[in-house]
Write a protein that binds this ligand. Structure first.
Ligand code: NAP
Length: 289
């Protein structure tokens, strides 16, 4: 029962009504019995800093941040974690000693999805990362900091590829699609595949990767979580590779936020179940994620 004691957390973005975060985080509050509630606030472009003021004024217990506010919230918080500072982007704000701290949990969520859900440790692995946008940069940094032996970034535009490669540290470099043949881990961090079928016009072009370069022994990750099997993941599975979609990353990055806000242990299973149910419900209602 919501009362005057209930703590409020929220996601801010624009648009934000489609966000799965309320489903995921409210499932966590329900499963742990915490008197917290999580909602979504559509915040107009250019007003991300005002959302930080609102968090302070209203005493919100936690804030998630999505596009287009990750950069402006980064600039508006009192402190940033090293990962948020490196990425220049905040996706989670929490309280520490009365100060608002901006963090970015995407990379930790990506690593946890591999390690906890699939038993994959990226240390010493040769990795190919396709895409160098917000998610790609977070993954590049995470791979580098977790000890990947090689992080080859493949991207349509050269400058973002170089930036992501730099975030991966000494083992980061700008790569080529043909690097995938020798890779242990291949990650798609572009939206190509959201259409669900190879060559879907909504994808805006093909993935720069020859499916013939995939093989057994590789782990192939698509950050897309709807559809749950993208053409890349179907090709990977058909060739005997381990295929991993983006649902685990989505849940684990939220789990890191839950821990920052509440200090508790995140109930991962309940969060995954609720997310799967909501995705299935949306697919039934209108076929969209
Ligand atoms: P973003 O910042 O817009 O970056 C998009 C990236 O994809 C850029 O590198 C862009 O290349 C590339 N790209 C887009 N369309 C392309 C095309 N037609 N051909 C070649 N390259 C193309 O997006 P983002 O936030 O990084 O998200 C990327 C994907 O990850 C999305 O599918 C998103 O849903 C998913 N994601 C998943 C999670 C999760 O928790 N599972 C979290 C975040 C994002 P250019 O640099 O050349 O434009």
């Amino acid at each position: 029962m919501i009362s005057g004691d209930t703590r409020v957390a929220a996601v801010v973005g624009n648009p934000v009504r489609h966000s799965l975060s309320p489903t995921i985080v409210n499932a966590a509050f329900a499963a742990t019995g915490l008197d917290w509630v999580y909602t979504a606030f559509e915040v107009a472009n250019g007003r991300g800093a005002d959302a930080v003021v609102a968090m302070r004024t209203l005493g919100l217990g936690g804030l998630s941040v999505t596009m287009p506010h990750k950069g402006s919230v980064h600039d508006a918080v009192d402190e940033r974690t090293p990962v948020a500072a490196d990425l220049g982007a905040v996706n989670c704000v929490f309280w520490r000693d009365g100060r608002l701290v901006g963090d970015n949990t995407d990379g930790a969520g990506f690593l946890d999805a591999l390690r906890l859900d699939h038993g994959v440790d990226v240390a010493g692995r040769r990795c190919v990362l396709i895409g160098a946008g917000g998610a790609g940069r977070a993954v590049a940094r995470a791979l580098g900091s977790a000890g990947a032996a090689d992080v080859a970034v493949v991207n349509r535009s050269p400058a973002p590829a170089l930036r992501a490669a730099e975030l991966a540290g000494e083992h980061g470099r700008v790569g080529h699609a043909h690097d995938a043949a020798a890779a242990d881990l291949v990650v798609n961090a572009t939206p190509i595949g959201m259409g669900g079928t190879p060559g879907d016009p909504r994808d805006g072009g093909p993935l720069p990767l020859d499916p013939a370069s995939l093989r057994a022994g590789q782990v192939v990750v698509d950050l897309i979580y709807h559809p749950d099997t993208t053409p890349l993941l179907a090709a990977a599975a058909a060739r005997g590779a381990t295929a991993v979609n983006g649902l685990g990353m989505l849940v684990h990055q939220a789990a890191h936020a839950f821990v920052r806000w509440t200090g508790g242990t995140a109930p991962i299973e309940a969060m995954v179940d609720a997310t799967r149910r909501e995705l299935a419900r949306r697919a039934l209602v209108d076929g969209s994620p």
